[in-house]
Design a protein around this ligand. Structure first.
Ligand SMILES: NC(=O)c1ccc[n+]([C@@H]2O[C@H](COP(=O)([O-])OP(=O)(O)OC[C@H]3O[C@@H](n4cnc5c(N)ncnc54)[C@H](OP(=O)(O)O)[C@@H]3O)[C@@H](O)[C@H]2O)c1
Length: 276
């Protein structure tokens, strides 16, 4: 069976729906990945063949002031998951992020490009990637700009803001691929079904700025609002973000035959589902 850790989260919920065969989910308080005893108890209880870890401390700005917690959950937690899964001969699937890169490459990142996180969150997730390798049967899936039906995300924030504003400023100088968690879950399923190992990138295809993404959300939702340009330096957020962190997903396509749909199509489907 497959055990999804972090199953109450945005991606976790879609993994529960899409992974093949018998799938169980677990989250806080039934498992705490900062405790080896807690991880081992879950492994003993479920005896999984595969553990998919989508649990993380995902507050990117919060990580800047909670370095210790970020490293415990996103870094050391993964080391303990790797040890525990290795101990029972199970595979570990670890979800990671484009924020392990510095965004200065200027073209889509390949899996073996040099990393260079700009934030505590990025550093902690990179530590998680390195620690996942304690289990030789590991699969690391880097993704980016997630939104889904079961969590706080950019699409919902934009729709909420648009409800009582007639203009908004959104950044034009961060470029990436908005990714629907349902499509990411399908990519992880494809990788698991082919027993892929090592590091892969998985995101919806195509790329845009957050400002373009906001424009598409409003256009698809029939909302008329003035959308102004903004640059990242004006935002003054605690964590630095990579400016261009598009992920090259060619290896996913080559090894599984699966290419996530264009981000514009994914957004349309998501908006339809959230209404329905
Ligand atoms: N969101 C994005 O844009 C994005 C982009 C790239 C990569 N990722 C990665 O994708 C994965 C899934 O992200 P997501 O947005 O679905 O995250 P999420 O909605 O924040 O879900 C994470 C889940 O992990 C749980 N959790 C936190 N600390 C834990 C602990 N110590 N032990 C066990 N569970 C714990 C959380 O519980 P509580 O809610 O109770 O804390 C939550 O249910 C993460 O690895 C994230 O780093 C996300």
């Amino acid at each position: 069976m497959i055990l999804v850790v972090g199953a109450n989260g945005m991606l976790g919920q879609d993994l529960l729906k899409q992974l093949p065969g018998e799938v169980q989910g677990i989250d806080l308080p039934d498992i705490d990945i900062t405790s080896f005893e807690s991880i081992q108890a879950a492994i003993d209880r479920f005896r999984p063949r595969i553990v998919v870890n989508s649990a993380a401390y995902t507050d990117v700005d919060g990580c800047e002031s909670n370095t210790e917690l970020a490293m415990q959950v996103n870094g050391e937690g993964v080391a303990m998951l790797a040890m525990a899964t290795r101990g029972v001969g199970a595979k570990l699937v670890q979800v990671s992020t484009d924020y392990v890169f510095d965004g200065a490459k200027g073209s889509p990142y390949l899996e073996d490009d040099p990393t260079g996180p700009l934030s505590v969150y990025g550093e902690s997730k990179l530590a998680g990637e390195l620690n996942a390798r304690f289990n030789p049967d590991h699969l690391i899936v880097r993704t980016q700009w997630l939104y889904g039906l079961h969590g706080k995300n950019f699409v919902e924030t934009m729709l909420k803001l648009a409800a009582d504003k007639d203009e908004l400023a959104v950044v034009t100088d961060q470029i990436g691929s908005p990714t629907w968690t349902a499509d990411l879950a399908a990519a992880i399923r494809a990788l698991i079904e082919r027993d892929c190992r090592g590091t892969y990138h998985a995101a919806n295809s195509g790329f845009c700025s957050w400002n373009d993404f906001a424009g598409a959300i409003f256009a698809e939702s029939g909302i008329s609002i003035r959308l102004n340009p903004l640059t990242t330096d004006k935002l003054n957020r605690p964590a630095r973000r990579p400016l261009y962190s598009t992920l090259d997903c060619g290896k996913l396509a080559a090894d599984t035959g699966f290419t996530p749909q264009p981000w514009q199509e994914a957004l349309k489907q998501y908006l339809k589902q959230r209404k329905g």
